[in-house]
Design a protein around this ligand. Structure first.
Ligand code: M6R
Length: 611
């Protein structure tokens, strides 16, 4: 997805914009550009491809851009028009006196463009953004301030967007606004910042302010002013983000995915800290919600977060005995869902920005549900739509493939299950505490798993060399783990992979099985283990090469598989976390063996903020 950075301050504008864009690279982009104010003009530089290309072009300018103090930068993920220099942002309006960068989609751009063309405007790009640039410039040329012009144009636009603009006639000022796309202001000393995500500015500041839907913000070196669309001042508290700048650096790992897999024990530790004591008692008093009348839980989420939700269902139903439905947010939002004030809707989103999950919350609001957001991003859009928030404390997740955020989402749902069970008094206190003490072991068990895998991941990855597809099988709590394993593999290695409950194999998918379709079996524990083993045996009989996620020395696993990915014995709430680790590392290994960029898989972006 696109990224925005803005700056007003000292003569380090280019440096701040480029660094900030660098921190947003993980979101995916195909071109980049800057617009800078200089002596009554706007200087624009754009390049297709990586930020390095833009950096080289800047370097060729022999430092003539270095003294400049105000500007905006953008990384573009092509939506309207191909990834060319003409379509890269910033887009200029009028005769180059206004520059605009924009995330999101303007849905009515075609009509607006036609109308502008009818009035003689000449377009140089295929973007929807250029429409906005011309509309703003026209108003500025007509005597409006940049802020007034932006406010006026926003009234004409339909869609979702965050936008930042410069006018040659208003030196030292960046003006920005948003509608459904995120935008934050960062505070500095003698300088202030703007960005579409806090990650862009972590090296510069920890003090942020959110721009709300429809608001306009004016940023100079010494002031940040927020206005309503009607031009009235808005007072807003800033908030602090406690993520370290180093958290967005690689720190010796070959890529972010590997780094984030290894960060899981620490992330789980941070997520559980202060929420569960040594005796296993859970304290989620941070969420000011009364669960006494909750008779049904609906989880809404997308992708990996949806899989975390499936695991949450197991925990909540088992411990709290409340029925849970887990819904894909993009389906739920259009499903005319049923519910009432006693329904608790849990919306899970690492980024807190995913459009479908936000829309699902709005649907739930329609019937009066209580909404609890589970997110990794303090102050994100989802936190402002919800009645209460449970933060996962995974730290910034840069890699597109979600790993540590998934682990923390599952842990938070387990905490919620324990809290709900306690509130409803459906389980003896000591049994709940025992489950809680088990959950506290998550960081160490996940660490033990990472350490114990060694060479096995490489051996398992070798099985995929000639594969044309693969199947991930599990039952019970191992089924969501299978789904997540298959998603990770297909997402970063582009190998068709399916996750299935192993009991469903004989109802169709077994037709896929042969020696070129490796089967990854998550054996698990409990009543379904033997059943899973029998199902996997049927695949062995059809020539499958099987990889088993099981305990080291497990006789049945040795019999049915060529490679065991060993996992330690773990308490029930922790076992899906432990079983996910080898699958994450396997996907990473298969993708890197294929020479692929695991952090930025093709066609994907870190968060999906457009429909
Ligand atoms: O930011 P969100 O948690 O709302 O993102 C939801 C999905 O897009 C996300 O989990 C996606 O499936 C993962 N990146 C896959 O690894």
């Amino acid at each position: 997805m696109c990224g925005i950075v803005g700056y007003a301050g000292r003569d380090r504008c280019v440096e701040v914009l480029m660094e900030g864009l660098g921190h947003l690279e993980y979101r995916g982009y195909d071109s980049a550009g800057l617009a800078l104010q200089t002596e009554g003009r706007i200087e624009r530089i754009r390049e297709v491809g990586r930020l390095e290309n833009l950096a080289r072009t800047i370097a060729r300018r022999n430092g003539d851009l270095s003294p400049l103090r105000t500007g905006v930068g953008h990384t573009r993920w092509a939506t309207h028009g191909r990834p060319t220099e003409e379509n890269a942002h910033p887009q200029l309006g009028g005769n180059g006196t206004v520059a605009v960068v924009h995330n999101g989609i303007i849905e009515n751009f075609a009509e607006l463009k036609e109308e502008l063309q009818g009035r003689g405007f000449r377009f140089r790009s295929e973007t929807d953004t250029e429409v906005m640039a011309h509309l703003i410039a026209e108003r500025v040329d007509g005597g409006e301030s940049l802020r007034e012009a932006l406010a006026g144009v926003l009234r004409q636009l339909e869609g979702t967007f965050a936008v930042a603009a410069l006018s040659a006639g208003e030196p030292g000022k960046v003006v920005a606004a948003r509608h459904q796309s995120p935008l934050v202001v960062g505070f500095g000393e003698g300088e202030n910042f703007l960005a579409s995500a806090v990650q862009a500015l972590l090296g510069e500041t920890s003090q942020f302010l959110h721009v709300e839907n429809g608001e306009i913000v004016e940023v100079t070196d010494s002031s940040v002013e927020v206005f309503t669309p009607e031009g009235e001042h808005v007072e807003r508290e800033s908030f602090e983000v406690d993520w370290e700048a180093e958290a967005v650096e690689l720190g010796g790992y070959r890529d972010y995915m590997l780094k984030e897999i290894h960060e899981q024990p620490a992330a789980l530790g941070a997520t559980l800290l202060g929420r569960i004591d040594v005796d296993g008692a859970v304290d989620l008093s941070e969420i000011d919600l009364d669960f006494t009348d909750t008779d049904r839980v609906v989880v809404v989420a997308c992708g990996t977060a949806y899989h975390a939700g499936l695991l949450g269902k197991h925990a909540i139903e088992k411990l709290a005995r409340i029925p849970v439905e887990v819904e894909i947010a993009s389906e739920y939002r259009y499903a005319d869902p049923i519910g009432n004030e006693s329904t608790l809707v849990v919306a899970i989103s690492q980024s807190g920005e995913t459009t479908d999950t936000l829309a699902a919350i709005q649907e739930a609001r329609r019937f009066g549900a209580k909404v609890l957001a589970v997110t990794n991003t303090r102050g994100s859009l989802i936190t402002r739509e919800a009645d209460a928030v449970l933060l996962t404390k995974a730290g910034p997740e840069i890699c597109v493939a979600s790993t540590k955020a998934f682990a923390c989402q599952v842990a938070v749902l387990d905490l919620l299950a324990l809290q709900l069970a306690r509130a409803r008094g459906v389980m003896p206190e000591e049994a709940l505490r025992e489950a809680g003490r088990g959950l506290r072991l998550a960081p160490e068990k996940v660490e033990e798993t990472i350490q114990g895998l060694g060479e096995r991941v490489g051996e398992a990855a070798a099985v995929f060399e000639a594969a044309r597809c693969s199947l991930f099988l599990g039952r019970g709590i191992s089924y969501p783990v299978a789904l997540e394993g298959a998603l990770k593999l297909k997402e970063i290695s582009y190998l068709p992979s399916e996750g299935y409950p192993s009991g469903e194999m004989k109802h169709g998918p077994i037709a896929l099985v042969d020696e070129y379709c490796p089967v990854v079996a998550i054996l698990g524990d409990g009543v379904v283990r033997e059943k899973t083993i029998s199902n996997v045996e049927e695949t062995v009989a059809r020539g499958a090469n099987v990889i088993a996620v099981a305990r080291e020395g497990d006789r049945a696993a040795q019999r049915i598989s060529g490679v065991i990915l060993p996992v330690p014995e773990a308490p029930e709430l922790v076992s899906p976390l432990v079983a996910s680790v080898p699958l994450q590392l396997l996907a990473h290994h298969v993708a890197t063996d294929r020479g692929l960029d695991v952090d930025k898989p093709r066609n994907l972006a870190k968060s999906v903020t457009v429909e």
